[in-house]
Design a protein. Structure first.
Length: 94
């Protein structure tokens, strides 16, 4: 695949990721707020977190090729990490 084709494929993937992020980020922030209040993750939220992790693994190479997106990726990874840590801490308290 030449550079132009790769860039075109990346743009399509990036566009899809940004659309997903518009939905996921508010949901993740809501989950984080609940966890800060001591709640635990529901099964569906655990599944969503797993899907987000799998998506991130799949697109990591794209973010490596597009440094302009690395700050966004870093912030989302940080939010994901915070949620996982809060969820684990809340589960331990049960």
């Amino acid at each position: 695949m030449n550079h132009h084709d790769q860039h075109h494929d990346d743009l399509g993937t990036i566009e899809a990721l940004l659309e997903r992020a518009k939905i996921r980020i508010p949901n993740l922030l809501e989950i984080k707020d609940r966890l800060l209040g001591g709640d635990t993750l529901a099964n569906i939220e655990i599944q969503e977190m797993h899907m987000i992790f799998e998506d991130a693994r799949e697109v990591l190479r794209i973010f490596d090729r597009h440094p302009e997106l690395q700050q966004m990726y870093s912030k989302m990874a940080s939010l994901y990490h915070e949620i996982v840590e809060l969820a684990l801490a809340n589960e331990r308290k049960r």
